[in-house]
Design a protein around this ligand. Structure first.
Ligand code: 1GP
Length: 230
């Protein structure tokens, strides 16, 4: 088991608000993927997060909670991804919720378990873009600047290009990769085939596969092969 996100090549993202059978969950957790991220945008509750955590814990795989709703954060995960939406136009998604969380839990947090993720949301039609009022009309130069900001100004461990629900623009992913040396580049969005997984993995450090798990499990599982084809 590799707990260090720096070694992750492929991860599956499971949405606590969506239903997955025990059989499908077993296939996902035993697929050879490097980790499971638990995260979503709508209807995330402590109950559905805990339920998924307990079920994923049956398997020997690292599991990270992507902390979106503060009241749905619970101990028990190996790590916690803390999204910082760099291209949000609302301060609450960049520092607001984070400051609130630190005010309340700052004394008891285990800092080593927290991983700040500098999000750059690029699909204008995805839920997270609407929620965070993200400025998604970004060209290659814009994206490159956000990537530099993530690494050089804020020393964020992860720069996450989020195309959730849409297959992204490889040229933009490459533009980010070209200026990153220490910050890891995560790509997520619309990966539904091994060919797409390979194309994005050739540029990004880590690819995140979500939706297709619920739409076509076989196709989702095929994307793990990206780890053997590099
Ligand atoms: C979503 O980046 C992930 O947060 C993965 O995107 O669901 O489109 O695969 P998809």
């Amino acid at each position: 088991m590799e707990f260090d996100y720096k070694a992750w090549q492929h991860v599956f993202k499971l949405d606590p608000a969506k239903t997955i059978s025990d059989e499908d969950l077993a296939a996902v957790c035993e697929s050879g993927t490097d980790a499971i991220i638990v995260g979503g945008t709508d209807n995330i509750t402590l109950d559905n997060v805990l339920d998924l955590l307990v079920r994923v814990r049956r398997y020997a795989i690292p599991v990270m909670l992507e902390a979106s709703a503060l009241d749905a954060v619970t101990p028990g995960f190996d790590s916690y991804g803390i999204p910082v939406v760099l291209n949000s136009t609302e301060a609450k998604w960049i520092t607001g919720m984070h400051q609130k969380a630190l005010k309340e839990y700052g004394d008891i947090l285990v800092w080593e378990e927290l991983i700040a993720e500098g999000y750059c949301v690029l699909n204008p039609d995805c839920k997270v873009a609407a929620l965070t009022k993200a400025k998604t009309a970004l060209d290659v130069e814009d994206v490159r600047a956000y990537a530099r900001m993530a690494e050089q100004f804020f020393a964020l461990p992860i720069f996450y290009m989020e195309y959730s629900g849409q297959y992204g623009d490889v040229a933009k992913v490459r533009a980010a990769k070209d200026v990153l040396t220490k910050t890891r580049l995560f790509y997520g969005g619309g990966i539904a085939t091994l060919a797409q997984a390979e194309e994005m993995k050739a540029v990004a450090d880590t690819i995140v596969v979500g939706n297709v798990i619920y739409e076509d499990l076989k196709a989702a599982l095929s994307t793990v092969k990206v780890k053997n084809t590099l």
